[in-house]
Design a protein around this ligand. Structure first.
Ligand SMILES: Nc1ncnc2c1ncn2[C@@H]1O[C@H](COP(=O)(O)OP(=O)(O)O)[C@@H](O)[C@H]1O
Ligand SMILES: O=P(O)(O)OC[C@H](O)CO
Length: 495
């Protein structure tokens, strides 16, 4: 039996709802962008009512486009921007503050202080993460320390914390639950024992009662309140968006790697049941847990990928649409060595320098929009190269792998060709680009028993196009050399 599944993909800049038919084709889409709040330099917040409002609206429009009613949907899968911190009243589900977004850097000093206390090795051992403002824990601590009366209310059990999945589940079904991949990004969860950790909670001053129950990725997360969509629909799948993309790109075998190019870029390699500890400042994270069995991943997280294209459009005004960036880059003068280090919100893996800021090198009088567009797209490829190189150093199982890509930016043929050139390895673009949503839908469909199991699903993965490397090796090494030099001049600290 097959049946349609609805996926909710709550991303950083927009919320999408997608209805997949029983044979995994997209038959209905709803999408809405929402406001980004930047209250101070380096701070990024989302209004949780915007997130909720766009979720309801996009689900309704996806159902309408698919010409389906709620009873015809077998199950819902949820996937979400990870690490973003929401705190709300347990009884009313009313937020007590805007959500603090994963990109927000306000806790850089707190992370530095914890590092100075020598706590990072303990944190990494338990969580697979580093002390960086990117992760939820220090942001939650900031709210407890800075919102009047919040700590007392948290200790009294009146307010709770969750990542965006947890907030949506609470509002959709009334359950207070999260999935293991989202939990693994909080700095509060021990990925080895699979439990919230008391020592980490103490380190960050977080009461245990604020934390949700952690479930497998394919599990029962309750049924939606009937009034929301006209009938109750079970929520059977939940995963953080980058882990959902691993699943949607069918990277189930150890050694398979995917890289997603949305606002940021996140490359994950499946390391199977082995928890590989990085020596090169990659993250160790949960790829998925199905039937109680965990697959781990090494992850490289870059904060600015498509955001560099947005900057070309909104900051510099040199393009009207993201899609024009590739055309412009193709016209750049090949003799100019312009390098952009897009450290707009610090640098993520493998540098983890929260205080670094962006820089452009090699500008001359003849540098213009085309060279800047080329440098912006190239910076995404060069950052990916840093991640893949770190993976190769960390784990022999990562060699000889083809990169599967997805996300909004992979629509750019120029960017994908340059990625293959800089990596010196092939890049595969799948036929369904909505792999994040597809991954969440598969979790739900498989749990509902209406979609194929792992092997059958993987067999249905199809390639749209393979990009083969074409750049001569000498040009490639020269480009990488210029990049390494530019990055070293941008860093504010040596790890
Ligand atoms: N044709 C294109 N060329 C380059 N970048 C693109 C193109 N289309 C979209 N993008 C970039 O992709 C990003 C959107 O991807 P998406 O996966 O929707 O992101 P997110 O989930 O982070 O909101 C934007 O930053 C946009 O600038
Ligand atoms: O919303 P995206 O696609 O930019 O993904 C955000 C990541 O989950 C942050 O870790």
């Amino acid at each position: 039996m097959t049946a349609p599944i609805l996926a909710i993909d709550q991303g950083t800049t927009s919320t999408r709802a997608i209805v997949f038919s029983g044979d995994q084709k997209i038959i209905g889409v709803g999408q809405q962008e929402f406001k980004q709040h930047f209250p101070r330099s380096g701070w990024v917040e989302h209004d949780l009512e915007d997130i909720w409002g766009t979720t309801l609206a996009t689900v309704r429009s996806a159902l309408a486009e698919a010409k389906l009613d709620a009873p015809q949907i077998a199950a819902i899968g949820i996937t979400n921007q990870r690490e973003t911190v929401a705190v709300w009243e347990r009884a009313t589900l009313k937020p007590v503050h805007r959500a603090i977004v994963w990109q927000d850097r306000r806790t850089a000093d707190k992370c530095e202080a914890l590092r100075a206390e020598g706590l990072e090795p303990m944190v990494t051992e338990k969580t697979g993460l580093l002390l960086d403002p990117y992760f939820s824990g220090t942001k939650l601590a900031w709210l407890l320390d800075n919102v009047d009366g919040l700590r007392a209310r948290a200790e009294a059990g009146e307010v709770v914390f969750g990542t965006i999945d947890t907030f949506l589940i609470a509002r959709l079904t009334g359950h207070f639950a999260t999935d293991v991949t989202n939990a693994s990004r909080t700095l509060l969860y021990d990925i080895g024992s699979g439990t919230w950790d008391d020592e980490l909670c103490r380190m960050l001053g977080v009461p245990r009662s604020m934390l949700a129950e952690v479930r497998d990725n394919a599990a029962d997360y309750g049924t939606t309140h009937p009034a929301l969509f006209g009938a109750a629909i079970p929520v059977y799948g939940v995963a953080g968006d980058q882990q959902a993309a691993v699943i949607g790109n069918a990277c189930f075998q150890p050694g398979m790697v995917k890289s997603t190019y949305g606002t940021g870029c996140f490359a994950l390699i499946n390391t199977g049941p082995d928890r590989v500890a990085s020596q090169n400042r990659l993250l160790t994270t949960v790829a998925y847990r199905l039937g109680g069995r965990t697959n781990y991943a090494l992850e490289g997280a870059i904060f600015v990928a498509g955001a560099a294209v947005q900057w070309l459009r909104d900051g510099l005004g040199i393009i009207d649409h993201a899609a024009q960036s590739g055309e412009l880059a193709a016209n750049a003068d090949p003799n100019q060595d312009v390098v952009l280090v897009p450290a707009f919100v610090g640098l993520g893996a493998p540098h983890w320098d929260a205080n670094a800021r962006g820089a452009i090198f090699g500008i001359t009088r003849s540098t213009g929009p085309a060279e800047l567009a080329k440098a912006a797209l190239e910076s995404v490829a060069l950052q990916t190269h840093d991640l893949i190189r770190a993976m190769h150093k960390d784990w022999a199982g990562s060699r000889d792998t083809v990169l599967r890509v997805d996300g909004g930016m992979v629509a750019s043929d120029w960017a994908m060709q340059r990625l293959a050139d800089v990596l010196g390895a092939p890049v595969d673009r799948p036929s369904i680009n909505e792999t994040t949503a597809l991954g969440a839908a598969w979790l739900a469909g498989m749990h509902a028993g209406v979609w194929p199991g792992q092997e059958g699903f993987a067999a249905g993965w199809h390639r749209d196009r393979r990009f083969e490397p074409q750049m001569p090796e000498a040009d490639r090494s020269r480009l990488i050399g210029l990049w390494n030099d530019a990055v070293s001049r941008t860093l504010t600290r040596v790890n």
